[in-house]
Design a protein around this ligand. Sequence first.
Ligand code: SAH
Length: 452
Amino acid sequence: MDKLDKKYHIWTAGCQMNVADSRRLGSSLEHLGYQYTEKAKDADVLVLNTCVVRQSAEDKALGYLHSIRPLKEKNPNLVINLMGCLVGVRGAEKLRKKLPFVDVFSPPSDSGPLIAYLSQDADYIAEANATQSRFALMDGEIIIPEHERGKLVSAFIPIVYGCSHACTYCIIPYRRGIEESRPLEEILVEARSLARQGVKEITLLGQIVDRYGKDLENGENLADLLRLLNEVEGIERIRFLTSHPNYFDVEVMHAVAELEKVMPHFEVPIQAGDDEVLENMHRGYTQADYRALIAKIREEVPNCSIATDIIVGFPGETDEQFERSYQLLGDLKMDVAHLARYSPRKGTVSQRRMPDDVPDAVKRKRFHRLESLQKTIASEINARLLGETVPVLFEAKVKGRWRGRTPTNKLVFVEADDDLRGLILPVRITWTGPWSMQAQLLKSSPEPIVLK
Ligand code: SAH
């Protein structure tokens, strides 16, 4: 496609799914001839890919939207596309009235409305793209925007869209729609295309990634998919998230243990350590079930790392109930804990039926207690790696140091002049902290040793 003298810019907030969607939308726009600009003010097409999982995320999206309004006033031809969870799958009629300066509204993971809009007033109708929705792609298609090509080492691939699990606090099912697995072949095509374009690591995404395939005719599951992806040439590492305790089965643990490229790291949120709170959240398991699951994972995949999510201050959460989250985190010693203060989201069951009765100050206090506990735990876990040799996949140079990750997803920084991007190299850990570590590159020969 010939290049247009027109530029696009994408502002992305929120989860990895949005990062994946923005990358794919960027390349769709480039298929139409648009060129990337890193400056919003230079754009002819400005996309806001938004998140509303908590009020703070929604405020951020609305804040950015209003900050770019003057750009539209200056340049009425600017196309503003609001995309993602602020829009949702249910149509944008109300938003359209509230935000008249937005030209196009797109549901999450859907490039269709913008591509259709742009195709109308440009002569450039790329047949496949004009009808494209949810990023179906053709074999061999370039799916990395030009400015990231050759630089992107690790890429996200959505494998399950939407979510059909009704956690009472969560807005995602309302905004992303019902669960829908992508066809297996389509995922393989995407993985192969990414590999050909230099990507070394893929992370498979789903709100409940273990539900992959439950709605597919042939009944393939996550373990089957992992086995097939393990064979993709050029892809060196495979990860997946997020797992739900109820659907995380032993077959996946076996796949992780057996498959060389699938990394021993799991993201399995518990959300709360008290059974009544878990029930009010409609999570579908008890804290004892969760403890048993973590023990089972550790038995099947020794030396793995595990991350969890915890919400503090859910409606009705007493001090005593909170202490059970604290206790659980202290007992299970997770590698990472993603913490959040409960944020009522309009339309969810908890927002409609359960008063947000834990004062903000209490939520903050609980948050900080868990945070400092986790800091100690993560420091201890990471300190065990001191002096060890581990293979690190290097992604980018940041402020003079190379950044990479270990198989267990620990962030590592290394001082090196060579170009390490995309290489997996053995390093010796020389310093560890709770959130990252430093290391020295080990080179026993002048050429970097590439570990498979
Ligand atoms: N589908 C995944 C992740 C969902 S969103 C899962 O079920 O675990 C990521 C995290 O945001 C959640 O794990 C949860 O901890 C947090 N979250 C979701 N809704 C929230 C809300 N209303 N208030 C505070 N945190 C929330």
